[in-house]
Design a protein around this ligand. Structure first.
Ligand SMILES: Nc1ncnc2c1ncn2[C@@H]1O[C@H](COP(=O)(O)OP(=O)(O)O)[C@@H](O)[C@H]1O
Ligand SMILES: [Mg+2]
Length: 470
């Protein structure tokens, strides 16, 4: 069995991790920006202090300021394990007083207080401080421009350490959330997996309901529907099985009868008697072929046949007349008065031509077959409403008792004591064909009090009903 990750699990994780990842990126950006600000704030102050210290080493040589920063003093001032420091002092008149002459000129030659910005010194990125500073506490003393630059190593380290402090716990949280969701959803979906196994491990013959005991509430209606479907399927299978068994039973008798008659005929020497046996055989074979035809017709008109059916516009009135005419010789043989009473306009319905003929044939056949000789059979068509028409066949036969009226439409059901040949399938076929056409059958006593009336009500074609043809 293939075990794929449940889609739900992947979907939930995607929904969770996607936004969290975006959030993490945004947060990392914000943390970086903030950390940079703080590290600059802290280290810029130190840089300013160094600048102030340098300014203290400027002495007045008469009127001219002069920088007196000895090498050891500078070494102490600039001692730093991580970064390199550069400086330069310029007099108020722009003369270079000391430090690194190659330090780039300040971006603002007359800063109001002190100015801090990024620059490049000797190919290395630095933070630059520029400030005007008085060379001593006395307000009379002149000012000099002090520049101090420092490489960015400790600032970078500090910034990234702060970013890591913020981001790492969040990353850990996301990983943990992922694990929790993963396991949580796995456990939550476990009943569904069990349900899936219960269905996939099942034999195709097992139509018993699925156990809904620990099915989650969300899928419960689905499982109930599947169970209902299986129950319906079960009934259909039962019905089919019964039908096949009945059909086999029904076929067995005539086939063994046929065999017995053939054996009998084979033993005869008298040609006259052989002829007689053959005539009997013909009748039996005819009966058998009718039975087989009806069984096939039943199978053909199962409710599932709806897909393959070709409904076409058809005039019920004309069609009923045409089929009735074909039965005249048969009626004459039994001395039955077969009549037709139609409408004076077409009754257009949507129908399958051959199936409708089969329906009519079965009803007329019954009416003629079960009527008393000398009786009357009438086929009628009429419009019974704006959107409905009726096909009725009434006869003079023995009345079908009320309690039998529903049952005679069942397969193989025949009235007790029916003498005529038959299988009990005709009305079952009629009923199936009617259903396929959306029609409804009723059976009543004939209005004249003798015999039965079978009525089939068909829906008229939309638009054709109200307009009688010329
Ligand atoms: N017009 C009718 N008049 C009296 N009985 C009928 C009529 N049509 C059907 N029946 C009864 O209903 C039974 C079932 O009819 P049907 O399904 O056509 O099967 P079959 O004609 O093969 O017996 C018949 O055996 C008969 O007893
Ligand atoms: Mg019949």
């Amino acid at each position: 069995m293939r075990r794929s990750e449940p889609r739900l699990q992947r979907k939930l994780l995607a929904w969770l991790l996607g936004p969290l990842a975006v959030l993490l990126v945004l947060d990392t950006g914000a943390a970086y920006w903030n950390s940079l600000r703080f590290s600059n704030l802290a280290y810029d102050r130190a840089l300013h202090e160094i600048g102030r210290e340098i300014a203290m080493h400027v002495r007045l040589d008469g009127e001219r300021p002069r920088l007196e920063l000895s090498k050891p003093a500078a070494d102490i001032l600039f001692v730093d394990p991580e970064d390199r420091l550069f400086y330069r002092v310029v007099g108020a008149d722009g003369t270079h007083l000391g430090g690194d002459a190659q330090l780039p000129a300040p971006r603002n030659a007359r800063p109001a207080g002190s100015d801090f910005y990024g620059a490049t010194v000797h190919g290395e990125p630095v933070r630059m401080m520029v400030a005007r500073m008085r060379i001593g506490p006395d307000a009379q003393l002149p000012e000099v421009l002090v520049q101090v630059a420092e490489t960015l190593h400790k600032r970078d380290r500090f910034t990234w350490e702060m970013v890591a402090n913020v981001v790492l716990p969040q990353l850990l949280l996301i990983v943990m959330a992922t694990l929790v969701v993963w396991f949580g959803v796995s456990r939550g979906l476990e009943p569904l997996q069990r349900l899936r196994r219960a269905v996939s491990d099942r034999s195709h013959l097992d139509l018993s309901p699925i156990d809904t005991h620990d099915v989650p509430g969300e899928v419960r209606p689905l499982v109930d529907d599947v169970n209902a479907l299986m129950a319906r399927l079960g009934r259909t299978f039962d019905f089919q099985n019964r039908f096949v068994a009945d059909a086999a039973h029904q076929l067995k008798t005539p086939v063994s009868g046929l065999k017995a008659q053939i054996e009998l005929a084979l033993r005869e020497n008298d040609l006259q008697r052989v002829r007689h046996s053959l005539a009997q055989l013909y009748i039996s074979a005819d009966r058998l072929s009718r039975l087989v035809r009806q069984l096939l017709s039943l199978a053909r008109n199962e409710p599932g046949a709806l897909d393959s059916m070709q409904l076409q516009p058809l005039d019920l009135n004309a069609h009923a007349l045409e089929v009735s005419m074909e039965w005249v010789p048969q009626a004459l043989k039994r001395n039955i008065d077969l009549g037709f009473e139609g409408t004076d306009h077409a009754l257009m319905i949507d129908a399958d031509h051959d199936r409708l003929r089969e329906l009519l044939n079965n009803l007329i056949d019954n009416a003629i077959r079960y009527s008393q000789p000398g009786g009357r059979v009438t086929v009628q068509t009429s419009q019974t409403g704006d959107d409905q028409c009726r096909l009725a066949i009434n006869d003079d036969g023995p009345r079908i008792p009320v309690e039998e009226r529903a049952r005679i439409f069942e397969r193989f059901h025949r009235l007790l004591g029916t003498q005529e040949d038959g299988s009990g399938l005709g009305l079952a076929i009629v009923s199936e064909i009617a259903t396929l056409h959306g029609a409804r059958i009723t059976l009543e006593e004939d209005s004249d009090g003798v015999g039965n009336t079978f009525s089939v009500f068909f829906p008229l074609r939309a638009g054709d009903g109200a307009a009688p043809a010329a």
